[in-house]
Design a protein around this ligand. Structure first.
Ligand code: BG6
Ligand code: MG
Length: 214
């Protein structure tokens, strides 16, 4: 029986996946190459450093650790410029209603995000108060698809993995949930999120009943 809900942030509650993509694309372009939207799928859910490593490999570019650090910082400064201008209007459709409904129904809620910027985003969008626990990129050592971020969330909430469902837009995030022994609801397309138990286009398509039927 599902008792707890663990939410990814970027691309599930808010459309920051677009900002990540724009900032990484701009960084790649400054180095003289580009990458596709399909490649971008592989960056979703993946930590900042690992995203950069993938992009550099796609461009066939080698950098020292110091250069990589500077590039990641530059990308993040562009990204932070965008997210500090966010408003509650950028919360994805159905999010506030769904979070309100599951909270009322007695489910416990935790955030399980790879981002080190989750604090700014939750504050700018007024979503922080929904969560009983917050786990983000500042608190984990292993990036999705490792299940660490979700196992930590479950533990903080006091539930076993099989009592938890994860909401994820990323292939790596769905894999993390399944490896952690949790149910996964994919937010996006079935053809992409093939390992998810259920796939919907957004939280606006879900009700409390869907959780009871998992
Ligand atoms: C994830 C995003 O939520 O956070 C990734 O899906 C991103 O695209 C990762 O790289 C880390 O985010 P940040 O904000 O710490 O650079
Ligand atoms: Mg995501």
């Amino acid at each position: 029986l599902i008792k707890a809900c663990l939410f990814d942030l970027d691309g599930v509650l808010v459309d920051t996946a677009v900002y990540h993509y724009q900032a990484w694309k701009r960084l790649a372009n400054t180095m003289g190459f580009d990458f596709t939207e399909a490649q971008n799928e592989q960056l979703k859910g993946v930590s900042r450093v690992e995203s950069l490593n993938k992009i550099l490999a796609w461009g066939g570019v080698e950098k020292t650790d110091a250069e990589k650090e500077a590039l990641a910082t530059l990308k993040n400064s562009w990204y932070v410029d965008m997210i500090t201008k966010m408003t509650p209007a950028e919360v994805l459709p159905g999010t506030v209603d769904f979070l309100t409904a599951i909270h009322k129904a007695g489910y416990k809620l935790a955030l399980g995000s790879a981002s080190k910027n989750s604090g700014i985003i939750l504050e700018r969008t007024n979503l922080a108060h929904f969560f009983d626990e917050l786990v983000d990129g500042n608190m984990v050592t292993k990036s999705k698809p490792d299940p660490e971020v979700f196992l930590k969330g479950a533990e903080l909430l006091g539930f076993k993995p099989d009592e938890c469902v994860v909401f994820e837009d990323a292939v790596a995030g769905v894999e993390a949930a399944k490896r952690g022994g949790m149910k996964a609801i994919g937010i996006g397309e079935k053809s992409v999120l093939t390992e998810a138990d259920v796939v919907v286009s957004g939280l606006d398509k879900l009700t409390v009943k869907d959780l009871e039927e998992l």
